[in-house]
Design a protein. Sequence first.
Length: 157
Amino acid sequence: MAKAVFPGTFDPPTIGHLDVVARAAAAYDEVVVAAGVNSTKQRLFSDAERVEMLTELAAPFANVTVGTFEGLLVDYCRAQGASVIVKGLRTAADYDYELQMAHLNRRLTGVDTVFLPAAAEHSFISSSWVKEIAELGGDVSSFVTPDVHARLREKHR
């Protein structure tokens, strides 16, 4: 089997992300959950906070580590020795966008992309929606882990 990279913003990580991590961990020898960092983007959680949350999320899986990347994902994959990118898909719109990215990434470096369809019970969960609901005082506890929920509550006090 191969080493895989599961990239994302993870602002914040959701139970949908956890599902993809668990499934990727079962399919690959090693998985790196890679949080993208970009100083020009405004995020609710800092890079360090996202890494902390992802590290907790990955803790149950012995073959999963957490890292960060800036720049081209395929360069990060090459540096990590990863031969595959894992992407979770929730909707057809995700597929349309991610398929183009998969073709570009393969053309640039030969790194393949594997799509994991979201479990039906997670297909509507997005970090953006979670942030918005939490900001407006809604209960997002069923969409995130308890640690992430506590962090969201702290951010919106």
